[in-house]
Write a protein that binds this ligand. Structure first.
Ligand code: FE
Length: 212
């Protein structure tokens, strides 16, 4: 395992969070965030050589949500979702905009719509994301979905960006079984206590320095 300190290879993630912060500095509306932020995420997941191994580890019991970066004023967060074989979320909402970029493997996202009783019904066909694909969720474009690993025999990883510190947002899961009660509140938290170090730029400085 390469550990959490991989300053040379993590540069694409640093460049992504810098560019995303600059995009939000321009006070874009949501369609522009989804369009231009989605393009930034597409560039990030077009290559799969930057995610440190520590944030790519599956757990046999449930999917993992590793915080990779949180904006200092919690305007956005970046999370690696690591899906073990066959692992799935419950139906859930986000309450903020979100972008999902497939880094490795594949997943299915099935949209749901409220049925007016606190329960939900599948809405449209499931969307399959393969490596390099990007999808959006939000209260305006569709906020409810259930996600599962498309592979029953290997790990898949998606990189998510949300318009908040998503692990600390009050959200809901929804029952699809009519025998169950209505939606339940949840706060997802994160699977990791330590963050990747995006900010050690010493290698690039040393390689370009010309000491007097
Ligand atoms: Fe989701």
């Amino acid at each position: 395992m390469s550990g959490i300190d991989t300053p040379s290879s993590i540069a694409p993630l640093r460049e992504f969070v810098v560019a995303f912060g600059r995009l939000l500095d321009s006070a874009p509306d949501e369609p522009r965030i989804l369009r231009e932020g989605g393009a930034l995420l597409r560039t990030l997941v077009a290559r799969d050589d930057w995610l440190p191994e520590a944030f790519a580890q599956p757990d046999p019991t449930r999917y993992q949500q590793f915080l990779l970066h949180a904006d200092s004023t919690e305007r956005f967060s970046v999370v690696s979702f690591v899906w073990g074989p066959g692992q799935a979320t419950p139906v859930h909402d986000h309450t903020v905009w979100g972008l999902i970029g497939m880094l490795r493997g594949a997943e299915y996202s099935q949209g749901f719509a409220p049925d007016g009783t606190g329960r939900v019904q599948a809405h449209g066909d499931a969307v399959r994301l393969d490596a390099g694909d990007v999808e959006a969720v939000s209260p305006t474009v569709g906020d409810l979905h259930r996600v599962h690993n498309a592979h029953a025999d290997r790990v898949s990883i998606s990189i998510h960006v949300y318009g908040a510190n998503i692990g600390a947002v009050r959200r809901h899961t929804y029952p699809t079984d009519p025998a169950q009660d209505v939606r339940k509140p949840f706060v997802s938290g994160y699977s990791n206590a330590l963050l990747p170090n995006l900010w050690d730029r010493s290698a690039e400085l040393r390689s370009s320095s010309t000491p007097a």
